[in-house]
Design a protein around this ligand. Structure first.
Ligand code: ATP
Ligand code: MG
Length: 231
């Protein structure tokens, strides 16, 4: 799916003396099936932008279209956005809350009105896709897992909804180099096999340069660069 962002501005605490223009009038296009890296210093606006792309935040002004469907229109049903765009947030721990991994991953598809058989099918397929053996892990608590495994569960929960855009906010934060490499390999595999548009945020230029097709560099709520990472 393609994404179109037009004159997007977001101001935290608008109207207060300490208001903060976290996103400052940005416009850009992402093509269908692109693999995009979003980098920028801490506080540059990456997470704020990502939260707009799945409807968690509403813009102060401007608009966002997913395949020409405006997700920033008034009174939008959030399920209409979540069906299209899946986000693994910066702290995926907060996305895990059920007592078993199976229930956690089933939560999203369960809200989509699917029948039980289809839900179980999707849970199995997405656990296998992220490298978690279904029989071995389904009854385990998500809280007993390592940081890397928690990320895998959070990713499985998102892909179980079969989105056409997959966004991951700092998916490797806090992992060691081996764990980082594994998560990047997993994301590459999902992009390849599922034909989805991927957006990945990170602080680290090194990680991004060899991974992504398109790079977006954010600085103080503006887009400083967008294009081929080799530039
Ligand atoms: P990081 O790399 O640290 O995750 P980021 O690029 O994701 O940073 P954001 O979290 O989007 O940056 O923050 C952008 C700006 O908005 C910062 O100035 C931040 O302090 C501010 N901000 C973020 N969340 C809130 C909030 N809930 N209330 C007020 N200001 C916020
Ligand atoms: Mg962030």
């Amino acid at each position: 799916m393609s994404i179109k962002v037009r004159n997007l501005t977001y101001i935290y605490d608008e109207g207060m003396p300490f208001e903060n223009r976290a996103i400052d009038d940005i416009s850009f296009d992402i093509e269908d099936n692109d693999f995009v890296g979003l980098i920028g210093h801490t506080g540059s606006g990456k997470s704020t932008l990502i939260q707009h792309l799945n409807g968690l935040l509403k813009p102060s002004s401007g608009s966002i279209y997913i395949n020409d469907f405006e997700i920033t229109q008034k009174d939008i049903n959030l399920t209409e956005i979540r069906k299209r765009v899946g986000v693994v947030f910066q702290y995926p721990e907060y996305q895990l809350f059920e007592e078993t991994i199976e229930k956690d991953i089933a939560f999203g598809p369960g809200n989509m009105g699917l029948d039980q058989e289809e839900i179980t099918k999707r849970v199995k397929a997405s656990m296998e896709a992220v490298g978690l053996d279904y029989e071995k892990y389904r009854e385990k608590s998500p809280f007993e897992l390592s940081g890397g495994q928690k990320r895998r569960v959070a990713i499985a929960g998102v892909i179980a909804m079969d989105p056409e855009v997959l966004i991951l906010d700092e998916p490797t934060a806090g992992l060691d180099p081996g764990g980082r490499e594994e998560i990047f390999e997993l994301i590459k595999k999902l992009h390849r096999e599922r034909n989805i548009t991927v957006i990945l945020s990170s602080h680290s230029m090194d990680d991004m340069a060899k991974l992504v097709k398109t790079l977006i560099v954010m600085n103080k709520g503006k887009i400083e660069f967008m294009g081929n990472p080799r530039e």
